[in-house]
Design a protein around this ligand. Sequence first.
Ligand SMILES: NC(=O)C1=CN([C@@H]2O[C@H](COP(=O)(O)OP(=O)(O)OC[C@H]3O[C@@H](n4cnc5c(N)ncnc54)[C@H](O)[C@@H]3O)[C@@H](O)[C@H]2O)C=CC1
Ligand SMILES: O=C(O)[C@H]1O[C@H](OP(=O)(O)OP(=O)(O)OC[C@H]2O[C@@H](n3ccc(=O)[nH]c3=O)[C@H](O)[C@@H]2O)[C@H](O)[C@@H](O)[C@@H]1O
Length: 455
Amino acid sequence: MRVAVIGAGYVGLVAAGCLSHSGHDVVCIEKDARKMALLKAGRVPFFEEGLEELVLFGLKRGLLQFDGQMEACQDREIIMIAVGTPARPDGRIDLSQIYAVMDEIVFRARFPQTIVMKSTVPPGFGVNAKERYLERARVPLSYLSNPEFLREGSAVRDWYHPDRIVIGGDDETAISRLARLYAGIDAPIVTMDVSSAEMVKYAANAFLATKISFINEIASLCELVGADILPVSRAVGMDRRIGDQFLQAGLGYGGSCFPKDTCGLDFVSTCNGHAFNLLKAVIEVNKRQRLLAVRRLRHVLGRLHGKTIGVLGLAFKPGTDDVRESPSLEIINLLLDEGADVRAYDPLAMENARRALPDGVFFAPGVMEAVTDCHALLVATAWPEFSTLDWAAVRPVMHPPYLVMDGRNCLAAEELRQKGFLYWGIGRPYPVQGETRNPLIKTGQIFPLRQAVSP
Ligand SMILES: NC(=O)C1=CN([C@@H]2O[C@H](COP(=O)(O)OP(=O)(O)OC[C@H]3O[C@@H](n4cnc5c(N)ncnc54)[C@H](O)[C@@H]3O)[C@@H](O)[C@H]2O)C=CC1
Ligand SMILES: O=C(O)[C@H]1O[C@H](OP(=O)(O)OP(=O)(O)OC[C@H]2O[C@@H](n3ccc(=O)[nH]c3=O)[C@H](O)[C@@H]2O)[C@H](O)[C@@H](O)[C@@H]1O
Protein backbone atom coordinates (compact mmCIF):
# COMPACT_ATOMS: atom_id res chain seq x y z
CA MET A 1 0.00 0.00 0.00
CA ARG A 2 1.07 3.62 -0.48
CA VAL A 3 1.55 5.22 2.89
CA ALA A 4 2.72 8.61 4.17
CA VAL A 5 4.03 8.90 7.72
CA ILE A 6 4.25 12.44 9.04
CA GLY A 7 6.95 13.04 11.68
CA ALA A 8 10.26 11.21 11.97
CA GLY A 9 10.38 10.88 15.77
CA TYR A 10 10.40 7.50 17.49
CA VAL A 11 6.90 6.52 16.47
CA GLY A 12 7.02 7.90 12.92
CA LEU A 13 10.38 6.44 12.06
CA VAL A 14 9.63 3.03 13.55
CA ALA A 15 6.32 2.96 11.64
CA ALA A 16 8.01 4.06 8.40
CA GLY A 17 10.92 1.62 8.80
CA CYS A 18 8.76 -1.38 9.72
CA LEU A 19 6.02 -0.72 7.12
CA SER A 20 8.57 -0.38 4.31
CA HIS A 21 10.29 -3.52 5.55
CA SER A 22 6.92 -5.30 5.26
CA GLY A 23 6.77 -4.29 1.58
CA HIS A 24 4.66 -1.12 1.71
CA ASP A 25 5.66 1.95 -0.28
CA VAL A 26 6.33 4.59 2.38
CA VAL A 27 7.21 8.27 2.35
CA CYS A 28 8.18 9.75 5.70
CA ILE A 29 7.68 13.52 5.91
CA GLU A 30 9.80 15.46 8.39
CA LYS A 31 10.02 19.24 8.68
CA ASP A 32 13.30 19.39 10.62
CA ALA A 33 16.01 19.99 7.99
CA ARG A 34 18.81 18.58 10.18
CA LYS A 35 16.94 15.31 10.76
CA MET A 36 16.01 15.14 7.08
CA ALA A 37 19.63 15.41 5.94
CA LEU A 38 20.65 12.59 8.29
CA LEU A 39 17.74 10.39 7.25
CA LYS A 40 18.36 10.82 3.54
CA ALA A 41 21.91 9.59 4.23
CA GLY A 42 20.44 6.54 5.95
CA ARG A 43 21.24 7.71 9.47
CA VAL A 44 18.74 7.75 12.33
CA PRO A 45 18.94 10.96 14.43
CA PHE A 46 18.55 9.11 17.75
CA PHE A 47 19.54 5.71 19.10
CA GLU A 48 17.04 2.88 18.73
CA GLU A 49 18.23 -0.70 18.45
CA GLY A 50 17.71 -2.16 14.95
CA LEU A 51 16.08 0.96 13.48
CA GLU A 52 18.96 2.19 11.34
CA GLU A 53 19.22 -1.21 9.65
CA LEU A 54 15.51 -1.05 8.77
CA VAL A 55 15.83 2.46 7.38
CA LEU A 56 18.85 1.54 5.26
CA PHE A 57 17.05 -1.56 3.99
CA GLY A 58 13.98 0.49 3.02
CA LEU A 59 16.09 3.14 1.25
CA LYS A 60 18.05 0.51 -0.70
CA ARG A 61 14.92 -1.31 -1.85
CA GLY A 62 13.34 2.00 -2.87
CA LEU A 63 10.36 1.37 -0.59
CA LEU A 64 11.23 4.18 1.82
CA GLN A 65 11.71 7.82 0.96
CA PHE A 66 12.14 10.92 3.08
CA ASP A 67 10.65 14.26 2.17
CA GLY A 68 10.46 17.67 3.76
CA GLN A 69 7.24 18.79 2.09
CA MET A 70 3.62 17.93 2.85
CA GLU A 71 2.91 17.65 -0.91
CA ALA A 72 4.47 14.21 -0.64
CA CYS A 73 1.36 12.87 1.12
CA GLN A 74 -1.06 13.97 -1.61
CA ASP A 75 -1.07 10.68 -3.54
CA ARG A 76 -1.07 8.33 -0.54
CA GLU A 77 -4.00 6.09 0.43
CA ILE A 78 -3.08 6.19 4.11
CA ILE A 79 -1.63 9.17 5.97
CA MET A 80 -0.27 8.35 9.43
CA ILE A 81 0.22 11.27 11.77
CA ALA A 82 3.08 10.75 14.24
CA VAL A 83 4.06 14.30 15.24
CA GLY A 84 4.73 15.35 18.83
CA THR A 85 2.05 16.16 21.39
CA PRO A 86 4.16 17.56 24.24
CA ALA A 87 2.87 18.79 27.58
CA ARG A 88 2.49 22.50 28.23
CA PRO A 89 3.87 23.77 31.56
CA ASP A 90 0.36 23.69 33.09
CA GLY A 91 -0.12 20.01 32.09
CA ARG A 92 -2.31 20.78 29.07
CA ILE A 93 -1.56 18.88 25.88
CA ASP A 94 0.02 20.96 23.16
CA LEU A 95 -1.78 19.97 19.96
CA SER A 96 -0.29 22.68 17.74
CA GLN A 97 1.79 20.20 15.66
CA ILE A 98 -1.33 18.09 15.08
CA TYR A 99 -3.47 21.08 14.07
CA ALA A 100 -0.83 22.28 11.61
CA VAL A 101 -0.64 18.86 9.95
CA MET A 102 -4.42 18.38 9.82
CA ASP A 103 -4.80 21.78 8.16
CA GLU A 104 -2.30 20.83 5.45
CA ILE A 105 -3.82 17.40 4.82
CA VAL A 106 -7.31 18.80 4.42
CA PHE A 107 -6.10 21.66 2.23
CA ARG A 108 -4.19 19.31 -0.09
CA ALA A 109 -6.64 16.38 -0.29
CA ARG A 110 -7.64 15.63 -3.90
CA PHE A 111 -8.92 12.07 -3.60
CA PRO A 112 -10.42 10.02 -0.70
CA GLN A 113 -7.71 9.21 1.83
CA THR A 114 -7.56 7.64 5.29
CA ILE A 115 -6.01 9.68 8.09
CA VAL A 116 -4.59 7.49 10.86
CA MET A 117 -3.78 9.17 14.18
CA LYS A 118 -0.72 7.48 15.72
CA SER A 119 0.13 10.42 17.99
CA THR A 120 -1.33 10.35 21.49
CA VAL A 121 -4.23 12.81 21.47
CA PRO A 122 -6.75 13.42 24.27
CA PRO A 123 -10.03 11.49 24.30
CA GLY A 124 -12.57 13.47 22.30
CA PHE A 125 -10.00 14.93 19.90
CA GLY A 126 -10.99 12.76 16.93
CA VAL A 127 -14.70 13.53 17.14
CA ASN A 128 -13.85 17.21 17.35
CA ALA A 129 -11.36 16.93 14.47
CA LYS A 130 -14.00 15.44 12.19
CA GLU A 131 -16.20 18.49 12.65
CA ARG A 132 -13.36 20.98 12.64
CA TYR A 133 -11.37 19.65 9.68
CA LEU A 134 -12.81 16.79 7.68
CA GLU A 135 -16.06 18.53 6.89
CA ARG A 136 -14.04 21.31 5.20
CA ALA A 137 -12.30 18.91 2.80
CA ARG A 138 -13.24 18.86 -0.89
CA VAL A 139 -13.19 15.06 -0.95
CA PRO A 140 -14.33 12.49 1.63
CA LEU A 141 -11.59 11.74 4.16
CA SER A 142 -11.76 8.97 6.76
CA TYR A 143 -10.33 9.38 10.23
CA LEU A 144 -9.11 6.50 12.40
CA SER A 145 -7.48 6.48 15.80
CA ASN A 146 -4.66 3.92 15.99
CA PRO A 147 -2.69 4.54 19.20
CA GLU A 148 0.85 3.24 19.46
CA PHE A 149 2.14 1.24 22.45
CA LEU A 150 5.82 0.80 21.61
CA ARG A 151 8.55 1.43 24.18
CA GLU A 152 11.78 3.21 23.44
CA GLY A 153 14.69 0.80 23.54
CA SER A 154 12.58 -2.08 22.19
CA ALA A 155 10.50 -0.14 19.68
CA VAL A 156 11.13 -2.30 16.59
CA ARG A 157 10.40 -5.50 18.49
CA ASP A 158 7.28 -3.93 20.00
CA TRP A 159 6.03 -2.93 16.54
CA TYR A 160 6.19 -6.53 15.28
CA HIS A 161 4.96 -8.12 18.52
CA PRO A 162 2.27 -5.90 20.02
CA ASP A 163 -0.16 -7.30 22.59
CA ARG A 164 -3.01 -5.81 20.54
CA ILE A 165 -3.67 -3.39 17.69
CA VAL A 166 -6.32 -0.84 18.64
CA ILE A 167 -8.32 0.85 15.88
CA GLY A 168 -10.99 3.44 16.60
CA GLY A 169 -13.42 4.51 13.88
CA ASP A 170 -16.74 3.82 12.20
CA ASP A 171 -15.71 3.53 8.53
CA GLU A 172 -15.49 -0.24 7.90
CA THR A 173 -13.66 0.18 4.58
CA ALA A 174 -11.01 2.39 6.14
CA ILE A 175 -10.63 -0.01 9.08
CA SER A 176 -10.02 -2.99 6.80
CA ARG A 177 -7.57 -0.92 4.74
CA LEU A 178 -5.60 -0.11 7.89
CA ALA A 179 -5.83 -3.73 9.09
CA ARG A 180 -4.20 -4.82 5.81
CA LEU A 181 -1.23 -2.63 6.68
CA TYR A 182 -0.67 -4.81 9.73
CA ALA A 183 -1.06 -8.11 7.86
CA GLY A 184 1.58 -10.54 9.10
CA ILE A 185 1.60 -9.18 12.64
CA ASP A 186 0.24 -11.80 14.99
CA ALA A 187 -1.92 -9.73 17.35
CA PRO A 188 -5.65 -9.26 17.91
CA ILE A 189 -7.13 -6.19 16.25
CA VAL A 190 -9.55 -4.53 18.64
CA THR A 191 -11.96 -2.10 17.03
CA MET A 192 -14.08 0.51 18.80
CA ASP A 193 -15.20 4.12 18.41
CA VAL A 194 -12.59 6.86 18.08
CA SER A 195 -12.93 8.33 21.62
CA SER A 196 -12.63 4.89 23.23
CA ALA A 197 -9.45 4.13 21.26
CA GLU A 198 -8.01 7.46 22.38
CA MET A 199 -8.92 6.58 25.96
CA VAL A 200 -7.24 3.14 25.74
CA LYS A 201 -3.90 4.84 25.16
CA TYR A 202 -4.18 7.16 28.18
CA ALA A 203 -5.66 4.46 30.41
CA ALA A 204 -2.81 2.04 29.58
CA ASN A 205 -0.07 4.59 30.28
CA ALA A 206 -1.80 5.87 33.42
CA PHE A 207 -2.21 2.32 34.72
CA LEU A 208 1.46 1.47 34.13
CA ALA A 209 2.47 4.71 35.85
CA THR A 210 0.16 3.78 38.74
CA LYS A 211 1.93 0.45 39.15
CA ILE A 212 5.27 2.27 39.38
CA SER A 213 4.08 4.85 41.91
CA PHE A 214 2.34 2.13 43.88
CA ILE A 215 5.48 0.04 44.21
CA ASN A 216 7.45 3.17 45.11
CA GLU A 217 5.01 3.81 47.97
CA ILE A 218 5.43 0.21 49.13
CA ALA A 219 9.21 0.74 48.91
CA SER A 220 8.97 3.75 51.25
CA LEU A 221 6.93 1.67 53.64
CA CYS A 222 9.49 -1.14 53.42
CA GLU A 223 12.16 1.27 54.63
CA LEU A 224 9.91 2.36 57.46
CA VAL A 225 9.26 -1.13 58.79
CA GLY A 226 12.64 -2.63 57.89
CA ALA A 227 11.43 -4.79 54.97
CA ASP A 228 13.18 -5.21 51.60
CA ILE A 229 11.33 -4.18 48.41
CA LEU A 230 13.19 -6.68 46.18
CA PRO A 231 11.66 -9.92 47.53
CA VAL A 232 8.41 -8.06 48.18
CA SER A 233 7.95 -6.91 44.57
CA ARG A 234 9.16 -10.23 43.20
CA ALA A 235 6.63 -12.22 45.23
CA VAL A 236 3.80 -9.74 44.65
CA GLY A 237 4.47 -9.88 40.89
CA MET A 238 4.29 -13.67 40.90
CA ASP A 239 0.55 -13.34 41.35
CA ARG A 240 -0.54 -13.60 37.71
CA ARG A 241 -3.43 -11.24 38.35
CA ILE A 242 -0.88 -8.55 39.17
CA GLY A 243 2.02 -9.50 36.87
CA ASP A 244 5.73 -8.87 37.44
CA GLN A 245 6.22 -5.94 35.06
CA PHE A 246 6.41 -2.28 36.07
CA LEU A 247 7.01 -3.20 39.69
CA GLN A 248 10.59 -1.94 39.92
CA ALA A 249 10.95 0.65 42.65
CA GLY A 250 13.32 3.51 41.91
CA LEU A 251 13.60 7.21 41.23
CA GLY A 252 10.25 7.15 39.44
CA TYR A 253 9.16 7.19 35.84
CA GLY A 254 10.50 9.63 33.24
CA GLY A 255 10.53 9.83 29.46
CA SER A 256 8.52 11.70 26.90
CA CYS A 257 5.27 9.85 27.62
CA PHE A 258 4.33 8.80 31.18
CA PRO A 259 4.88 12.26 32.73
CA LYS A 260 3.04 14.07 29.94
CA ASP A 261 0.25 11.51 29.55
CA THR A 262 -0.52 11.27 33.28
CA CYS A 263 -0.67 15.07 33.53
CA GLY A 264 -2.64 15.22 30.27
CA LEU A 265 -5.25 12.75 31.50
CA ASP A 266 -5.51 14.61 34.79
CA PHE A 267 -6.13 17.80 32.83
CA VAL A 268 -8.79 16.13 30.66
CA SER A 269 -10.47 14.84 33.85
CA THR A 270 -10.46 18.26 35.47
CA CYS A 271 -11.87 19.86 32.31
CA ASN A 272 -14.71 17.37 32.44
CA GLY A 273 -15.47 18.12 36.08
CA HIS A 274 -13.98 14.89 37.39
CA ALA A 275 -11.34 14.88 40.13
CA PHE A 276 -9.14 11.88 39.26
CA ASN A 277 -7.63 11.68 42.74
CA LEU A 278 -5.84 8.38 42.21
CA LEU A 279 -4.01 9.78 39.20
CA LYS A 280 -3.12 12.98 41.07
CA ALA A 281 -1.49 10.83 43.78
CA VAL A 282 0.44 8.85 41.14
CA ILE A 283 1.85 12.11 39.76
CA GLU A 284 2.68 13.47 43.22
CA VAL A 285 4.44 10.27 44.31
CA ASN A 286 6.50 10.33 41.13
CA LYS A 287 7.63 13.93 41.71
CA ARG A 288 8.52 13.14 45.31
CA GLN A 289 10.49 10.05 44.33
CA ARG A 290 13.02 12.20 42.49
CA LEU A 291 13.54 14.46 45.51
CA LEU A 292 14.27 11.42 47.64
CA ALA A 293 17.75 11.11 46.15
CA VAL A 294 18.73 14.68 47.05
CA ARG A 295 17.33 14.42 50.57
CA ARG A 296 19.24 11.22 51.15
CA LEU A 297 22.48 12.73 49.90
CA ARG A 298 21.94 15.63 52.30
CA HIS A 299 21.18 13.27 55.14
CA VAL A 300 24.47 11.37 54.73
CA LEU A 301 26.78 14.15 53.51
CA GLY A 302 25.32 17.12 55.36
CA ARG A 303 25.49 20.34 53.31
CA LEU A 304 26.00 19.48 49.67
CA HIS A 305 27.90 22.70 48.94
CA GLY A 306 31.42 21.75 47.84
CA LYS A 307 30.69 18.03 47.82
CA THR A 308 31.33 16.06 44.62
CA ILE A 309 28.54 13.81 43.42
CA GLY A 310 28.88 11.40 40.51
CA VAL A 311 25.66 10.80 38.60
CA LEU A 312 25.77 7.56 36.64
CA GLY A 313 23.02 7.47 34.04
CA LEU A 314 21.37 10.40 32.26
CA ALA A 315 18.93 8.66 29.90
CA PHE A 316 15.40 8.18 31.29
CA LYS A 317 15.93 4.44 31.08
CA PRO A 318 18.56 2.05 29.66
CA GLY A 319 18.66 1.27 25.94
CA THR A 320 17.97 4.81 24.77
CA ASP A 321 19.76 8.17 24.44
CA ASP A 322 16.53 10.03 25.26
CA VAL A 323 16.81 12.39 28.24
CA ARG A 324 13.33 13.89 28.04
CA GLU A 325 11.90 14.14 31.59
CA SER A 326 14.77 12.03 32.84
CA PRO A 327 14.81 11.94 36.67
CA SER A 328 18.61 12.29 36.72
CA LEU A 329 18.48 15.64 34.91
CA GLU A 330 16.11 17.10 37.49
CA ILE A 331 18.26 15.72 40.29
CA ILE A 332 21.41 17.23 38.76
CA ASN A 333 19.74 20.63 38.59
CA LEU A 334 18.82 20.38 42.28
CA LEU A 335 22.37 19.35 43.19
CA LEU A 336 23.80 22.30 41.27
CA ASP A 337 21.36 24.63 43.06
CA GLU A 338 22.77 23.40 46.38
CA GLY A 339 26.34 24.09 45.29
CA ALA A 340 27.47 20.50 44.71
CA ASP A 341 30.00 19.63 42.01
CA VAL A 342 28.46 17.14 39.59
CA ARG A 343 30.35 14.62 37.49
CA ALA A 344 28.01 12.92 35.03
CA TYR A 345 28.28 9.94 32.72
CA ASP A 346 26.00 7.93 30.47
CA PRO A 347 27.00 5.34 27.84
CA LEU A 348 24.64 6.81 25.19
CA ALA A 349 22.95 10.02 26.28
CA MET A 350 25.88 12.42 26.86
CA GLU A 351 25.20 14.61 23.83
CA ASN A 352 21.51 15.05 24.57
CA ALA A 353 22.21 15.67 28.26
CA ARG A 354 24.84 18.29 27.41
CA ARG A 355 22.20 20.20 25.47
CA ALA A 356 19.63 19.90 28.27
CA LEU A 357 21.78 20.74 31.31
CA PRO A 358 23.25 24.08 32.38
CA ASP A 359 26.99 24.83 32.37
CA GLY A 360 28.90 23.62 35.37
CA VAL A 361 28.38 19.87 34.99
CA PHE A 362 31.53 17.88 34.29
CA PHE A 363 30.72 15.36 31.56
CA ALA A 364 33.13 12.49 32.13
CA PRO A 365 34.46 10.60 29.09
CA GLY A 366 34.08 7.28 30.94
CA VAL A 367 32.62 5.84 34.08
CA MET A 368 35.95 5.80 35.98
CA GLU A 369 36.50 9.50 35.29
CA ALA A 370 32.97 10.15 36.58
CA VAL A 371 33.48 8.40 39.91
CA THR A 372 36.93 9.89 40.61
CA ASP A 373 37.03 12.34 43.56
CA CYS A 374 33.36 11.80 44.40
CA HIS A 375 31.96 11.69 47.94
CA ALA A 376 28.84 9.97 46.68
CA LEU A 377 27.55 8.27 43.55
CA LEU A 378 23.97 8.16 42.38
CA VAL A 379 23.06 5.42 39.93
CA ALA A 380 20.09 6.94 38.13
CA THR A 381 19.75 4.63 35.10
CA ALA A 382 20.04 0.85 35.24
CA TRP A 383 22.66 0.48 32.51
CA PRO A 384 24.37 -2.97 32.63
CA GLU A 385 27.71 -1.11 32.52
CA PHE A 386 27.09 0.06 36.11
CA SER A 387 26.10 -3.30 37.56
CA THR A 388 29.14 -4.98 35.99
CA LEU A 389 31.55 -2.21 36.99
CA ASP A 390 34.77 -3.18 38.79
CA TRP A 391 33.66 -1.66 42.09
CA ALA A 392 36.90 -2.67 43.81
CA ALA A 393 38.66 -0.18 41.55
CA VAL A 394 36.11 2.54 42.31
CA ARG A 395 36.54 2.86 46.09
CA PRO A 396 40.23 3.96 46.06
CA VAL A 397 39.46 6.90 43.76
CA MET A 398 36.51 8.14 45.89
CA HIS A 399 36.37 10.10 49.14
CA PRO A 400 34.64 9.02 52.36
CA PRO A 401 31.88 8.21 53.12
CA TYR A 402 31.93 6.19 49.84
CA LEU A 403 28.17 6.52 49.51
CA VAL A 404 26.53 4.67 46.62
CA MET A 405 22.88 5.51 46.17
CA ASP A 406 21.33 2.91 43.92
CA GLY A 407 18.39 4.77 42.45
CA ARG A 408 17.35 1.75 40.38
CA ASN A 409 18.20 -1.13 42.73
CA CYS A 410 20.40 -2.59 40.01
CA LEU A 411 23.65 -3.15 41.94
CA ALA A 412 24.77 -6.08 44.10
CA ALA A 413 24.16 -4.52 47.53
CA GLU A 414 26.02 -7.05 49.67
CA GLU A 415 29.05 -7.09 47.39
CA LEU A 416 29.30 -3.30 47.54
CA ARG A 417 28.98 -3.28 51.34
CA GLN A 418 31.73 -5.87 51.58
CA LYS A 419 33.93 -3.68 49.40
CA GLY A 420 33.54 -0.82 51.86
CA PHE A 421 30.78 1.27 50.29
CA LEU A 422 27.87 2.79 52.13
CA TYR A 423 25.19 1.28 49.88
CA TRP A 424 21.64 2.63 49.92
CA GLY A 425 18.93 1.34 47.60
CA ILE A 426 15.30 2.39 47.22
CA GLY A 427 13.09 0.44 49.62
CA ARG A 428 16.10 -1.54 50.84
CA PRO A 429 17.26 -1.77 54.45
CA TYR A 430 18.94 1.37 55.78
CA PRO A 431 22.74 1.05 55.45
CA VAL A 432 23.93 2.12 58.89
CA GLN A 433 24.81 -0.80 61.16
CA GLY A 434 22.23 -1.52 63.82
CA GLU A 435 19.58 0.60 62.03
CA THR A 436 16.95 -1.30 60.14
CA ARG A 437 14.59 1.57 59.45
CA ASN A 438 15.14 4.66 57.43
CA PRO A 439 15.43 7.48 60.00
CA LEU A 440 14.48 10.08 57.40
CA ILE A 441 11.03 8.59 57.15
CA LYS A 442 10.66 8.30 60.93
CA THR A 443 11.26 11.99 61.39
CA GLY A 444 9.10 12.88 58.42
CA GLN A 445 11.97 14.70 56.73
CA ILE A 446 11.60 12.94 53.43
CA PHE A 447 7.97 13.79 52.94
CA PRO A 448 7.45 17.22 54.44
CA LEU A 449 4.42 17.79 52.21
CA ARG A 450 2.62 14.75 53.54
CA GLN A 451 1.77 13.76 57.05
CA ALA A 452 4.67 11.81 58.55
CA VAL A 453 3.74 8.15 58.82
CA SER A 454 4.42 6.63 62.21
CA PRO A 455 4.98 2.92 62.64
N1 LIG B 1 8.22 8.12 22.01
C1 LIG B 1 7.50 7.04 22.22
O1 LIG B 1 8.04 6.03 22.65
C2 LIG B 1 6.04 7.01 21.94
C3 LIG B 1 5.34 8.15 21.58
N2 LIG B 1 3.98 8.11 21.36
C4 LIG B 1 3.27 9.30 20.93
O2 LIG B 1 3.57 9.50 19.54
C5 LIG B 1 3.69 10.89 19.23
C6 LIG B 1 5.06 11.17 18.65
O3 LIG B 1 6.03 10.89 19.64
P1 LIG B 1 7.59 10.93 19.30
O4 LIG B 1 7.85 10.11 18.10
O5 LIG B 1 8.32 10.64 20.56
O6 LIG B 1 7.71 12.48 18.94
P2 LIG B 1 8.97 13.39 18.56
O7 LIG B 1 8.68 14.71 19.14
O8 LIG B 1 10.22 12.66 18.91
O9 LIG B 1 8.90 13.46 16.97
C7 LIG B 1 7.92 14.14 16.27
C8 LIG B 1 8.52 14.58 14.94
O10 LIG B 1 7.50 15.19 14.15
C9 LIG B 1 8.10 16.25 13.41
N3 LIG B 1 7.07 17.19 12.96
C10 LIG B 1 6.31 18.03 13.70
N4 LIG B 1 5.48 18.74 12.92
C11 LIG B 1 5.70 18.32 11.64
C12 LIG B 1 5.15 18.67 10.38
N5 LIG B 1 4.21 19.61 10.27
N6 LIG B 1 5.62 18.04 9.29
C13 LIG B 1 6.59 17.10 9.38
N7 LIG B 1 7.14 16.74 10.54
C14 LIG B 1 6.70 17.33 11.67
C15 LIG B 1 9.07 16.85 14.40
O11 LIG B 1 10.06 17.65 13.77
C16 LIG B 1 9.64 15.61 15.07
O12 LIG B 1 10.79 15.13 14.40
C17 LIG B 1 3.39 11.62 20.54
O13 LIG B 1 2.03 11.93 20.57
C18 LIG B 1 3.72 10.59 21.61
O14 LIG B 1 2.97 10.79 22.79
C19 LIG B 1 3.28 6.94 21.46
C20 LIG B 1 3.92 5.78 21.80
C21 LIG B 1 5.35 5.72 22.06
O1 LIG C 1 3.25 6.18 25.27
C1 LIG C 1 4.42 5.97 25.16
O2 LIG C 1 5.19 6.75 24.63
C2 LIG C 1 5.05 4.72 25.69
O3 LIG C 1 5.36 4.95 27.09
C3 LIG C 1 5.99 3.85 27.74
O4 LIG C 1 7.22 3.51 27.12
P1 LIG C 1 8.60 4.28 27.41
O5 LIG C 1 8.31 5.65 27.91
O6 LIG C 1 9.43 4.11 26.21
O7 LIG C 1 9.35 3.49 28.59
P2 LIG C 1 8.97 2.47 29.75
O8 LIG C 1 9.76 1.25 29.59
O9 LIG C 1 7.51 2.32 29.91
O10 LIG C 1 9.55 3.26 31.03
C4 LIG C 1 9.03 4.53 31.41
C5 LIG C 1 9.68 4.98 32.71
O11 LIG C 1 9.23 4.18 33.81
C6 LIG C 1 10.33 3.74 34.57
N1 LIG C 1 10.00 2.43 35.17
C7 LIG C 1 9.55 1.42 34.37
C8 LIG C 1 9.22 0.19 34.92
C9 LIG C 1 9.34 -0.01 36.31
O12 LIG C 1 9.05 -1.09 36.86
N2 LIG C 1 9.78 1.03 37.08
C10 LIG C 1 10.12 2.24 36.54
O13 LIG C 1 10.50 3.18 37.28
C11 LIG C 1 11.49 3.68 33.59
O14 LIG C 1 12.73 3.76 34.25
C12 LIG C 1 11.20 4.89 32.72
O15 LIG C 1 11.73 6.05 33.32
C13 LIG C 1 5.05 2.63 27.64
O16 LIG C 1 5.68 1.50 28.25
C14 LIG C 1 4.73 2.31 26.18
O17 LIG C 1 3.80 1.23 26.12
C15 LIG C 1 4.11 3.55 25.54
O18 LIG C 1 3.86 3.33 24.17
